[in-house]
Design a protein around this ligand. Sequence first.
Ligand code: FES
Ligand code: FE2
Length: 448
Amino acid sequence: MRNGDRDISRLVEPDRVHRLCYTDPDIFEQEMERIHESLWVYVGHKSQVKEPGDYYTAQIGRQPMIMVRGKDGEVRVFYNRCPHRGAMLCSDRSGNAGHRFRCSYHAWMYNFDGTVASIPATNGYDGTRMKLAEGDAGLKPAARVDNYRGFYFASLSPDGPDLETFLGGATLTFDQLVDRAPDGDVEVVGDCFRMIQKSNWKIFLENQLDVSHPSATHESTGVAAGQVEREMEKRDGRKAPLAYSFISAFKTPIEDWVKFDTVGHPYGHCFLAGYMGLRPQDPDTVEYETLLKQAHGEEKGEAILSTDLHHVLVYPSLSVQPPLQQLRAIRPLGVDRTLTEIWHFRLKGAPEAIYRRALDYYYLVNSPSTMVNADDLHNFWKCHQGLSTEGGDWVSLHRNYGSDSERDGVLYSAPGTMSEMPLRHMMQAWAGYMGAGDESVGNGSGGG
Ligand code: FES
Ligand SMILES: [Fe+2]
């Protein structure tokens, strides 16, 4: 496929990709159309719109959308545009619209199923070709909306696999999030942090499973946290609170990161196995595990708790850490601007201390104010700057190329390596979506 005078198929090779994939504005427009405005993209969680009239806005590709709960309890997703003269319908990010949406410009009103509720002085449309009775002038819905266990996605294209087929193995991340709750449900807590990264969206996605970066990028942060941890232990004579290990874990030397396997699923989704000891035998964890096993039974409870999963990328819009109830949604704003929404969840029925653990991780590792995030953001910006120069055309994805394996369309990094398989896998998926590769993308691409 050609993009202007660019041949996309020449920009993605099995072990390296061209810098223009990250920096070319025309390619960005094309990937918005073919990826973010076509695939299933995360909109939000059901708990963001609990009551009828609750709405939440979200960007899908270049399209501002509204997720709203109707009086019938149904969650729907519409373009955030009044059909009259095009004004944005909801200018607040979230809220409750009362009995119906009311456009602030000329007071056209819309039901939460998108139909027109009323138009002032309607008789002005008598005899025109706008046929209100035939459904003209309603809100335009997303082509497809579906949810998996309360996590809502929309696709702006009528074509493509259904949500569950698209998610495939990545459904495990939502199962893990929900099944870890003794009461079998989760809810978002408060609002999200929103952060704009001055870099292309793919740079963030690629970083999430890049196990060769933490010991370098986060070295100073991890070492400093380790020192504090040791000093506290010396002073108080007991182990520092678990939250300190969330940061000191980053001082793990590079040779130890080879333990964490990565997996590439069809459609570009990727997993990183667990790396934090989140099953300490402190009284809070013991109480929580007992509750969970009472809820699910010993065998299923143990299976849920021992699932070896730390991080999941749901291509192209989500980075999820189920054991710590964290979720980051990726909203590209421009070729060099990416918004992330940073959410965390409460496990219903779990002790408060387990929630505090998620909150600690949220603040200490994923929030805009943590040093960990600052370390990463600085590198993302530097990558985008460097890739915008003529100092070289190719981005290297060679690490352990040729040694990954494939079973039933799923890719596995070679054990004991820091294989860049997830990065190769996502870029092969990207090329397929962009029309320059196998359309079944990700179905086994990017391996050895
Ligand atoms: S633009 Fe919305 S009512 Fe006129
Ligand atoms: Fe990082």
